[in-house]
Design a protein around this ligand. Structure first.
Ligand code: C5P
Length: 230
């Protein structure tokens, strides 16, 4: 089979992580969660005592960051200095400040370089044995892998995204839980929009709106895009 690179972008709560993992599993591809890399970079700075306001120090810390991304879609891992940080990077402590690190252009250049290295490795070997990778984030379709074989923007209405995030974070989607999630999600989307435009599909990028689709239907819709272009 030919090497396949699939790029998936979308805002938080669009379901892009779980959908991308399922697509990678179905096609026997590796899975790269680039948001986890920005989260790990943030945790690394916090743990190293680097003030997030100091852009130069943040960039230097991220260039030296010992991060290993495990790209098996059935068990992706994030290992920072030998420490499994999969849970630590999902805490509010990290989520509330990750945009500050992600808007640092030197940080973006460094992580983009590492993301492309994973994509290149998977094209010739790696976890997938040269089958390829599904890479997911905010700027994969536009900046990291604009020449990917399939490019998908996964969107969902604000209401659907808040409901999903609320379920994820609070285990509930009643009015109070949704309200508690709202500020954080919308603020992060707005901050993120300053670095990359991920709410509108770029030229040649297929849009999949998951607002009225369940999980399996969303996976099928992304697979249909992949089939159409590969
Ligand atoms: O996808 P996730 O919510 O885990 O991403 C965490 C943060 O990482 C985003 O809010 C954004 O600031 C940053 N990010 C980015 N570019 C990417 C992926 C994530 O700036 N490709």
């Amino acid at each position: 089979a030919p090497v396949v690179t699939i790029a998936v972008d979308g805002p938080s709560g669009s379901g892009k992580s779980s959908v991308s993992r399922a697509v990678a599993t179905r096609l026997g591809l590796a899975y790269l969660d680039t948001g986890a890399m920005y989260r790990a970079a943030t945790l690394w700075c916090v743990r190293s005592g680097v003030p997030l306001e100091d852009a130069g120090a943040v960039a230097a810390a991220v260039v030296a960051m010992p991060l290993e991304m495990g790209v098996d879609p059935s068990a992706p891992t994030v290992v920072l200095a030998g420490d499994d940080v999969a849970e630590a990077i999902r805490t509010t402590d990290v989520s509330s400040v990750v945009s500050q690190v992600a808007t640092n252009l030197d940080v973006r250049a460094e992580l983009r370089r590492r993301q492309r290295a994973v994509i290149e490795t998977e094209a010739v070997g790696g976890f997938s044995g040269g089958r390829g990778v599904v890479a997911e984030g905010r700027d994969i379709t536009t900046v990291v892998a604009p020449d990917a074989d399939a490019r998908v923007l996964l969107t969902a209405s604000e209401e659907a995204r808040l409901r999903r995030r609320s379920l994820e974070v609070h285990g509930a989607a009643d009015a109070d839980a949704v309200e508690a999630t709202k500020d954080q999600v919308l603020r992060r989307d707005r901050d993120d929009a300053t670095v990359s435009q991920f709410l509108v599909a770029a030229d040649g990028v297929a849009t999949v709106d998951s607002s009225d689709l369940d999980f399996d239907q969303t996976v099928e819709a992304v697979l249909a895009v992949v089939e159409h272009v590969t």
